[in-house]
Design a protein around this ligand. Structure first.
Ligand SMILES: [Zn+2]
Length: 75
């Protein structure tokens, strides 16, 4: 069983393993393709320590760019 949050309906769904249609192993994460019982489409959920680290680094980089943009606005 897997607990997912549907990005379409924003509801939490407990889905069975047979609804996982594909599992793809990537260097930074594992991607689970889940047939969503809530909206009927396939969502991809990524999991893994390196993926979390990548996302944190990306968020920090976006934050740094945003701060630079704020500073470059003329007073
Ligand atoms: Zn869904």
């Amino acid at each position: 069983m897997l607990l997912i949050t549907c990005p379409v309906t924003r509801t939490d769904e407990l889905v069975s393993d047979r609804r996982i249609t594909a599992v793809t192993n990537h260097p930074t994460h594992i991607a689970l393709h889940v047939d969503c019982p809530s909206c009927g489409t396939v969502h991809v959920y990524r999991t893994g320590r390196r993926w979390t680290a990548t996302q944190a680094a990306r968020a920090a980089a976006v934050g740094a760019v945003a701060r630079r943009a704020e500073q470059s606005v003329p007073a």
